[in-house]
Write a protein that binds this ligand. Structure first.
Ligand code: ADP
Length: 248
């Protein structure tokens, strides 16, 4: 437990550092984009093409700093009671379009409602990050299954989100570093290494847990437990604060 807490502290301070840097970069990028827009009215031909490349790079940088800010939890979010099943059902179309033709998406929301206390955008982000990772782990195609159900953990009710793929799986070394910010095994134009650290942050903020099982050449399963918002008062915080692997 002590080791995990040191790890959480390290992630927290990395998050703060990243947030500060991202904030400054965001402002500078806004200036670059602004001047690029002014210039766009004045240049033509090849210069206009160069300018549009500058603009595109700055836009991409801005979306990266946006992700960083989100990861650093700099942006306040509104929390409401949301049905996790509805989130999964409504994300289905977007996710299908994201994964491409050679991957099958199987969506299995549990019957009924699974109310959780969370921010809608962040739940979408969790789902999107996990499914994009599943897609990237299946370059030759495969199946990604998104499931939800209601579970009990130490007597407290949770809503569970399970995302599994039939992809490459990962080595124990990768498995150990998954949630570290900027840890990625993907080429620089594909991965930022912020996807899972963001997921980890969101789940922790919601007093949930995240666990992962992975086997090389077989696939990977992520399990996220979020405290049920249908819980009686006093139980909503769940059994422990620290996200712990291996649940479910
Ligand atoms: P990114 O996707 O930008 O690399 P993430 O934080 O989302 O950043 O993931 C970190 C790393 O964890 C990935 O580069 C990959 O090596 C590994 N990973 C994440 N999800 C999976 C998965 N479903 N299957 C195999 N490896 C995965």
């Amino acid at each position: 437990a002590r080791e995990r807490s040191a790890r959480a502290d390290r992630l927290e301070s990395l998050g703060q550092l990243a947030g500060g840097v991202a904030h400054d970069f965001n402002n500078l990028l806004a200036i670059i984009l602004n001047y690029a827009d002014f210039l766009a009215d004045e240049v033509t031909g090849e210069a206009a093409e160069d300018l549009s490349r500058i603009r595109n790079a700055a836009e991409r940088a801005k979306s990266l700093t946006g992700q960083l800010l989100l990861f650093a939890k700099r942006e306040p979010t509104q929390v409401e009671i949301i049905d996790l099943n509805q989130v999964v059902t409504e994300a289905d179309e977007l996710l299908s379009r994201t994964i491409g033709d050679n991957i099958r998406l199987v969506s299995r929301p549990a019957a009924g409602e699974l109310p959780v206390r969370a921010n809608r955008g962040r739940l979408d982000q969790i789902l999107l990050n996990l499914v994009i990772n599943a897609r990237d782990a299946m370059p030759d195609g495969g199946v990604v299954v998104v499931e939800t159900d209601a579970v009990e953990e130490d007597g407290a009710p949770f809503a569970r989100l399970v995302v599994s793929d039939t992809g490459t799986g990962m080595t124990p070394e990768v498995r150990d570093r998954l949630f570290e910010p900027f840890f990625t095994t993907k080429p620089a134009d594909r991965g930022t290494g912020l996807g899972l650290s963001t997921v980890y942050g969101i789940v922790g903020e919601a007093n949930g847990h995240i666990g992962v099982d992975s086997a090389l050449g077989v696939g990977t399963t992520f399990r996220i437990l979020l405290p049920s918002a249908a819980a009686p008062a006093g139980q909503a915080d769940g059994p422990e604060h620290e996200p712990a692997p291996g649940h479910g």
